[in-house]
Design a protein around this ligand. Sequence first.
Ligand SMILES: *Cc1c(COP(=O)(O)O)cnc(C)c1O
Length: 405
Amino acid sequence: MNTEDFRPEKEVKVFYPPQRVLMGPGPSDTHARVLNAMARPTLGHLDPVFTEMMEEIKGLMRYAFQTKNRMTFPVSGPGSVGMEMCFVNMIEPGDKVIVCRNGVFGGRMIENVERHGGVAVVVDDKWGEPVDPQKVEDALKKNPDAKIIAFVHAETSTGAQSDAKTLCEIARKYNCLTIADTVTSLGGTPIRVDEWGIDAIYSGSQKCLSCPPGLSPVSFSDRVTELVKNRKSKVHSWFMDISLLLNYWGSSARTYHHTAPTNALYGLHESLLMLAEEGLEHSWARHRYNYEALKAGFATLGMNYVVKEEHRLPQLNSVFVPAGVDEKEVRRRLLDEYNLEIGAGLGDFAGKVWRFGLMGTSCRVENVIFCLNAVETILSDLGMKVERGAAAAAAHKSYAAKPMF
Ligand SMILES: *Cc1c(COP(=O)(O)O)cnc(C)c1O
């Protein structure tokens, strides 16, 4: 056959993505500094200059997670790989794991436990509510042989935040280790790994860290490294076995494990540096500051929150679609006419809920005002009775009433 027969049927040209504003559940907008960092020359992944930068990433990650854990590094893969890495290393066949499910991602944790041969004891809470610590304690009383408690700190499918500190206290009381999903919380709301005693934690690059997707920051306590060292069976994944990865990310005499995604790591280095320059507490305050204004605007549009005020994530705003509004049409128009992406509802919330992300670089005053004006205009066009300009005015009032700078 002729080589030409294998050319794509459609003519392919250079791909230029449109410039969107990303205000969905992730990815968030990547900062220009991060994009520029990623365009720098590729180095060999064992180049001493590169490995020095890797050490800096580990240090910056310890700051972001508030931990002194030696085993703190970015996994080459999206948040889902960070999740799987925790479960595949920590579970041996037959191990009992308490899994808290109050949204989509808790469901994925159950899937992980079962695929790695564990037994999941599921503690269910309603979508939109946080994990109930009392239910977790009751489950532990009934299952004293449970080894691990797994929970999602920031449930991106609903916008609810759970009390990680209390859940870790309970785990310790019953001699359990903890696995915490902080994909959406890292950088956006407080996480204190050492103070709370989280044993295994994973996050993602594309939410409040505002990097492109594809990297998952993880950190493991010494209790986890001990557990893995004392396993009876080999970890059922070569790529994700943390004891093998330590030879690359852990020691000073680095040996080849896999080729690290060098340029993606330049991006993570830059975004973690930006977080350190801003300061964690300032970043957390900025997420609240913009959330308060967005919330004030939504109130004028009759858009009610799914989650009770005290459990809300400022970086993920789930609101009910106003009655009679075609939610898909609104999202389509936001994207086509305003280059603005927001998220749809998942699972039980499909068709009923919108999810507005205020993550990292996307969490800015101008985005809040832009988004409120766009949503208000479209809702008005679709025949909803709204007072034009009221949403942005309410946001401005909130900014003035609760200044942060
Ligand atoms: C986004 C997300 C994940 C998965 O991360 P990917 O990078 O999409 O694999 C896991 N958990 C939570 C809570 C998330 O928001």
